[in-house]
Design a protein around this ligand. Structure first.
Ligand code: 2PG
Ligand code: MG
Length: 446
């Protein structure tokens, strides 16, 4: 007997910024399966479109139309098609893409379509009686040969459009690559986070311990070197020197204007840098601090700078990740591959709008010899889907914010659950650790 959808429901709920988002609940004979959609603040121009209602309610950010599209269009159409969930998700996602018909999902809304796609992925896993991460691994043609638990990159200092301080760069992340397990990595990160809080109190007073959208602190600092010095001091105070690496996401599309990068965009004093000057700044940071990953160092259409800097990043062995540049979109990935602009895909399911397309983007990145870095959004929910996604695709690393705030720790807690589940079942798994970048290709070639 096939497993079919018996109901598809949708609701308007809130995300971690208190803004409306779409929650979907699908039902099969196995039970009810729910998903809640995240939303970005530093959104790229090439992302699929999330529908917002406009008007007065919620300052125009309501998602009633997207909810209605699930209830009245997508849901009834899917129930009609009677897809067998044991066969998988691809047919369902392709059907929704065709039903929408637009190139960027602006007709039904990427937020409507993605909610259904994620909830259906959970229903598919249940139909096959396997965990979600196993199901997602099975949907990927090049699924790894063993389970890899990713290295979490914790965004402990928030800047850019995610905080109210004058820090230009958006994210400063710590990555416990020297840990032996994710449980140990999370413990170390939490210890560094608490040490960082004490240092911030000492330097700036208790008033400076407020946090940004992703749970990291947002003290009154402006220079990237100030942020990195605080982090290095915290790593040392927590006793984890040498075992923790750094990732930076400047989210530079946010401060690129008219050919210049304005490092003063959050203050009233402009500080305009050419792309060459900005590249020099990155080079100095990479030389001085243990930086292993740099995301969106240049704006989404500043191809020449990306191309130039990719040569530099390779020499320094720094992973160069495309977020706004690629928008989890295969067409952008092809363009970047042709230009040799980067070597890593930031994977955000809501940038493209279905789980299957996110998996296809992953597949393409792997074929190109790139790495894949799974990511949350700054507007998140307690949905922990991306934890299973990162294990399923075996990509070796993910970012889900600081070890603080419910919607961030939901992902880290789920990863510890998965690690323990695999241990309990005596299934071989390994924490990606120092090989986080190429964990997938290593596991594949074993
Ligand atoms: C990013 C993300 C997530 P946002 O730029 O990588 O950290 O931010 O969701 O606001 O786009
Ligand atoms: Mg980014």
């Amino acid at each position: 007997m096939p497993t079919i959808l018996t109901s598809v429901r949708a609701f308007q709920r809130l995300d971690s910024r208190g803004k409306p988002t779409v929650q979907v609940e699908v039902e099969t004979k196995d039970g009810k399966f729910r998903a809640i959609v995240p939303s970005g603040a530093s959104k790229g121009d090439y992302e699929a479109i999330e529908l917002r209602d406009g008007g007065e309610a919620y300052g125009g950010a309501g998602v009633r139309q997207a909810v209605q599209n699930v209830r009245e269009v997508i849901g009834p159409a899917l129930l009609d098609r009677r897809y067998d969930l044991e066969i998988g998700l691809k047919e369902i996602d392709s059907f929704m893409i065709a039903l929408d018909g637009s190139p960027d999902k602006s007709d039904l809304g990427a937020n409507a379509i993605l909610g259904v796609s994620m909830a259906c992925a959970r229903a598919c896993a249940a139909a096959k009686k396997i965990p979600l991460y196993d199901f997602l691994a099975g949907e990927l043609q090049s699924s790894p040969h063993r389970y890899i638990v990713p290295v979490p990159f914790f965004n402990v200092l928030n800047g850019g459009v995610h905080s109210g301080n004058t820090m230009t760069f958006q994210e400063f992340m710590i990555a416990p690559t020297g840990a032996a397990s994710i449980a140990q990595g999370i413990q170390w990160a939490s210890e560094v986070y608490q040490a960082l809080k004490s240092i911030i109190i000492k330097e700036f007073g208790k008033v400076a311990t407020g946090i940004g959208d992703e749970g990291g602190f947002a003290p009154p600092i402006t220079q990237p070197s100030e942020a990195l010095d605080l982090i290095m001091a915290a790593v040392k105070a927590a006793g984890h020197e040498g075992k923790i690496k750094i990732g930076i996401d400047p989210a530079s599309s946010e401060f690129f204007d008219d050919g210049y990068y304005d490092l003063g965009f959050k203050s009233d004093k402009p500080k305009k840098l050419t792309s060459t000057e900005l590249a020099d700044l990155y080079r100095a940071l990479v030389d001085k601090y243990p930086v292993v990953l740099l995301e969106d160092p240049f704006a989404q259409d500043d191809w020449e700078s990306w191309k130039y800097f990719h040569v530099v990043s390779k020499l320094h062995n720094v992973e160069l990740v495309g977020d706004d540049l690629l928008a989890t979109n295969i067409m952008r990935i092809e363009k970047a591959a042709e230009a040799d602009a980067c070597d890593s895909l930031l994977l955000k399911v809501n940038q493209i709008g279905t789980v299957s397309e996110a998996l296809a983007a992953t597949e393409r990145a792997y074929e190109l010899g790139w790495s894949v870095f799974v990511s949350h959004r700054s507007g998140e929910t307690t949905d922990d889907f991306i934890a299973d996604l990162a294990v399923g695709i075996g990509c070796g690393h993910l970012k889900a914010g600081a070890p603080c705030r419910g919607e961030r720790v939901a992902k880290y807690n789920r990863l510890m659950d998965i690690e323990e589940e695999l241990q309990a079942k005596k299934i071989g798994s390994s924490y990606a650790g120092k090989s986080f970048r190429y964990a997938h290709s290593q596991a594949k070639s074993e």
